[in-house]
Design a protein around this ligand. Structure first.
Ligand SMILES: [Zn+2]
Length: 179
């Protein structure tokens, strides 16, 4: 694994956390739930870009603050404090929304009745399904535009929605990789 910033390549990525601070999370892969997943952050010690499974953040001299690039190629997405899902899960949320006109509430109920509760002891909430919808939607648009969606670091999900809408209307959805 190497830093993708053009000026750094191919500098290696170091583990960016004490082992004791690496969070243990719940990971849903398709309909299978694992309660023993770990999120290991990485850092390029040259450009100070931090790498996570679904995004990378970096100190932006243009914005004078940390910015975040949401990776289209992410295999897993964070949809809750300690909850991650794979792209099969998030694509299913998107598909159900458009094909069945399912609301976030309806999909939450469907998932809990089908795969949560008794079977896996996991109960999802509407905000988590909504996050899956937003994260998958913004990546779908970014992929179609052959761009990466970029926001302020740690933007809340609703802020990401408005940033995406604003960026689309002004044709500045994202920056190209490499900033
Ligand atoms: Zn770097």
């Amino acid at each position: 694994m190497a830093c993708t910033t053009p000026a750094c390549q191919p500098h290696h990525i170091s583990v960016f956390s004490w082992v004791r601070d690496i969070p243990k999370v719940t990971l849903i892969i398709g309909t299978t739930v694992s309660n023993n997943a770990y999120v290991v952050p990485g850092e390029c010690t040259v450009c100070k870009t931090h790498y996570y499974p679904d995004h990378k953040d970096f100190p932006s001299p243009v914005y004078n603050q940390q910015r975040e690039i949401h990776l289209n190629s992410a295999r897993y997405l964070k949809i809750g404090q300690t909850l991650w899902v794979d792209r099969v899960f998030s694509k299913a949320v998107l598909s159900a929304t458009y094909n069945f006109h399912a609301s976030a509430n309806a999909y939450t109920q469907f998932w809990n009745d089908s795969f949560g509760n008794v079977t896996t002891k996991v109960v999802l909430g509407r905000p988590q399904i909504w996050q899956a919808f937003v994260h998958e939607s913004t990546r779908m648009v970014a992929t179609a535009l052959e761009e990466d969606f970029e926001t302020d670091a740690n933007a809340k999900v609703d802020e990401r929605c408005s940033m995406a809408a604003r960026s689309l209307s002004t044709n500045t959805y994202a920056t190209r990789p490499g900033y």
